[in-house]
Design a binder for this molecule. Structure first.
Ligand SMILES: [Zn+2]
Length: 321
């Protein structure tokens, strides 16, 4: 049995659960077993029965991770209640109540259930201290943060929104697969527009979004390259001859680099200068510069059509032959 020490409880948090703020009747001991990992004394935290039950099923070395897990378990359990606040306003619920009696029982309690659940998952405890000494335990828990909430991971967040707002599971899952973690807000926005949708309609929506995505990626890719890719040649280096100009040499590998990016003018080369040095820096600065200078002279010489036709051994390659 570890020597657990009760954490300090500020006056205004008397009898409250450290995890969720509900009335506290029991305590949770953390960690459950002794380990060399812990840099803080074993803690005894006041909790409600529900959080205690959840906490006792969690396996973790970090008090902050434990808190994240408990909060997420509550979010999962009360997803439907939390969704009420997303789908309704208090005003709308009150109006529903006036119209008829069918919803009466539901609406009277619904808003209250929502507010209780929201209060619990948003509660963040209070700073840990023992006998007036603050415990500076670094928060090392990893979580996915979205819209002010913190989830154990990305999938937990997706599942939570699906359940709390009764979104179409197929549509949301596929949207998320298509759009990725960084575009969850967008995926939710679309899923909210079509809460109940046929599989066929969902496929249609997904095809459109897929098209949008590939357009977007193509534009990003083009901007990144900053050079015209249309009509690039993909010529193997072995087919390219080196070219001597005024005692300097344009090397085949550097010429291949130009051809494969369809860089045909000095201006285009200049635009891609950074990319050229990034890709050749492993050769060392001097050699990379010599390579660059060689193709600079080469493109300069190629401004002369006669030179191209009579003196450039790679002329046929440039013409795509
Ligand atoms: Zn609790």
């Amino acid at each position: 049995m570890l020597d657990y020490q009760a954490i300090d409880i500020p006056f205004n948090y008397r009898h409250q659960c450290w995890f969720c703020g509900e009335p506290s009747h029991v305590t949770v001991n953390f960690p459950r077993k002794a380990s060399a990992v812990f840099v803080h004394p074993p803690l005894q935290l006041p909790t409600c029965q529900e959080c205690k039950t959840i906490a006792n099923t969690c396996v973790t070395d970090s008090i902050w991770d434990l808190r994240l897990q408990v909060t997420n378990a509550l979010m999962k359990r009360y997803a439907k209640h939390l969704g009420i606040g997303v789908n309704w306003t208090e005003q709308e619920l009150a109006e529903t109540q006036l119209e008829g009696t069918a919803f009466k029982g539901f609406t009277e309690s619904a808003w209250m259930m929502y507010e209780i659940a929201k209060g619990r998952v948003e509660f963040t405890g209070w700073p840990l201290a023992i006998h007036g000494l603050p415990l500076d335990i670094i928060d090392d828990s990893y979580g996915f943060e979205f819209d002010g909430a913190r989830f154990i991971n990305f999938q937990t967040a997706v599942d939570f929104y699906q359940k709390s707002e009764s979104l179409n599971k197929y549509l949301l899952d596929e949207l998320v697969a298509l759009l990725g973690q960084s575009q969850l807000a967008y995926a939710l926005r679309i899923a909210r527009l079509y809460p109940s949708v046929s599989k066929r309609k969902a496929e249609q929506i997904l095809a459109e979004i897929g098209q949008q995505q590939s357009d977007r990626e193509r534009i990003l890719h083009d901007n990144h390259q900053r050079a015209p890719l249309e009509g690039s040649l993909q010529v193997p280096t072995e087919r390219i001859s080196k070219v001597e100009i005024n005692g300097e040499t344009a090397q085949p590998e550097a010429i291949a680099w130009l051809m494969n990016r369809n860089i045909r003018t000095l201006a285009q080369l200049q635009q891609c200068e950074d990319a050229f040095f990034d890709e050749h820096e492993h050769l060392g600065g001097v050699l990379a510069f010599q390579l660059y200078h060689g193709v600079q002279l080469y493109l300069e010489a190629r401004q002369d059509v006669n030179w191209c036709e009579q003196d450039d051994p790679n002329q046929q390659l440039w013409l795509g032959e």
